[in-house]
Design a protein around this ligand. Structure first.
Ligand code: PLP
Length: 442
């Protein structure tokens, strides 16, 4: 996931950073290029490095610290649970696990009602793939090119972006489809959907599930037309395939709704969650299924599990996080303040010729850069294997960072996803830093 890192900090490493570089693998990187920055404090929407510089966290780290860095209720729940029952095996339960299961059934759409807990988005997707295969008795999974679903062999095999390439051929039975990406694809989003219909037809009755991010996250914040997701569900079901929505990044208020699929009023058969589930205070993944799929496993073995499935401290964090979203009306708040954010981003687009397209909803927004706005020419060559076209957008992020704002980027696009608690003043401050950054690409 560190393909999102900003690389402005190329100066000397302090003692801790040097120790870390020597003994800890940097993720998704050539190890010689890893430049870890020590973070010594994090408060509200800001974090502070060892030199005392602080930064607005305009991407919620990896689009996961949805509550910012001062969520007291979550911090207390973690401490309390750790001292009460720090761990028991998944065959036992705890009050927090049962209540989080119930809570997820409440906040997810419709009939989604039974959850498998794991420790990451990757594992949530891995479980979804297995459940779909066990339930349908079919093996194939259709996913899309502009997608990221995780790093283990199953989840990287259904991932479409270049991060998959080093792990290919991956698991058998994964097929990629085109994307609803009006700006950068030759296919219109609804045409891309008809293409999936045809793929399902041609695959015969062998596809277990179609797996999508309802609003694509790290691959550029792609928001499909309103009709897209409802029609995709119809197409999948017509061919006996399930619809899996990967809500790992879009979930928990990011879009101004609880989940990305709520934006389109669609209830998937299986949904995956992580990141905002605990506001990233604890590693926790979740895979929720509808009651029909749940009941299937009454008579058929659920052949899957982890030592840390439903870890008490992690689920305690999850429960406290969801209660915080509810008590502080953060989902509605994201919707409201997201409109302000969108308006400020549009002003940047008017001012800077290198802004090709702005996309997004709520507090989930992207700025795609272009070398030539008429012709939609992306910056950069494919010299960075896992983040093609990253050269210029990296410089924009690095310049914004020097101006006090951390903003992630991926494939020529700035990924703007601040904590749901951010204020208008803080948005203005971060937008000003990006404004300075975009001077580099103009
Ligand atoms: N699915 C989506 C949509 C994601 O954005 C990510 C991570 O960014 C994952 C799955 C994998 O989650 P994790 O990094 O927690 O394993």
């Amino acid at each position: 996931q560190d393909s999102f890192e900003t690389d402005s900090d190329t100066g000397d490493l302090n003692e801790i950073e040097q120790l870390d570089k020597e003994h800890v693998f940097g993720t998704w990187s050539y190890q010689k290029e890893v430049q870890p920055t020590q973070v010594v404090d994090a408060d509200g929407v800001r974090f502070t490095d060892a030199d005392g510089n602080d930064f607005i966290d305009f991407s919620s780290q990896l689009m996961c610290s949805n509550l910012g860095h001062s969520a007291e209720k979550v911090e207390e729940a973690i401490a309390e649970q750790a001292s009460k029952v720090g761990y028991v095996a998944p065959s036992y339960t705890t009050e927090v696990r049962a209540k989080l299961g119930q809570k997820l059934a409440e906040v997810t759409p419709g009939d989604l009602s039974k959850t498998f807990f794991s420790t990451s988005g990757t594992e949530a997707v891995e479980a979804a793939i297995k459940i779909a295969r066990f339930y349908t008795g079919k093996q194939k999974i259709i996913s899309r090119y502009r997608s990221y679903h995780g790093a283990t062999y199953g989840s990287i095999s259904v991932t479409g972006d270049p991060r998959r390439l080093e792990s290919e051929p991956g698991i058998p039975g994964t097929i990629k489809a085109p994307d609803p990406y009006a700006y950068g694809s030759t296919l219109d989003p609804m045409e891309s959907l008809e293409y999936i219909d045809e793929m399902l037809e041609l695959e015969g009755n062998t596809v277990a599930a179609v797996l999508v991010e309802p609003i694509v996250g790290s691959n550029g914040i792609l928001v499909p037309p309103d009709e897209y997701l409802p029609r995709l569900k119809e197409i999948a079901h017509d061919h006996g395939a399930l619809l899996i929505c990967d809500e790992v990044m879009a979930g928990f208020g990011r879009t101004g709704e609880w989940f990305g699929c709520d934006v389109f009023d669609v209830e998937p058969d299986i949904m995956t969650m992580a990141k905002g589930l605990t506001g990233a205070y604890q590693p926790l993944g979740a895979t929720i299924v509808n009651s029909e799929i749940a009941e299937h496993f009454d008579e058929n073995m659920f052949c899957h599990g982890h030592t840390y499935a439903g870890h008490p401290v992690a689920v305690a964090a999850g429960l406290a996080t969801i209660e915080t979203y509810q008590e502080e009306n953060l989902i509605e708040r994201a919707n409201e303040i997201g409109k302000y954010l969108g308006a400020q981003i549009d002003k940047l687009a008017e001012k800077h010729p290198s802004v090709g397209e702005t996309r997004g909803v709520g507090l989930f927004r992207g700025i795609e850069l272009t070398k030539h706005s008429e012709k939609r020419v992306p910056f950069g060559e494919r010299e960075d294997k896992i983040n093609p076209g990253s050269t210029v957008v990296d410089e924009v992020s690095a310049t914004a960072y020097e101006s006090g704002t951390y903003v992630a980027n991926m494939i020529n696009t700035l990924i703007i996803a601040p904590p749901l608690t951010i204020t208008k003043d803080e948005i203005d401050e971060a937008i000003n830093a990006i404004d300075v950054g975009l001077d580099v690409s103009d």
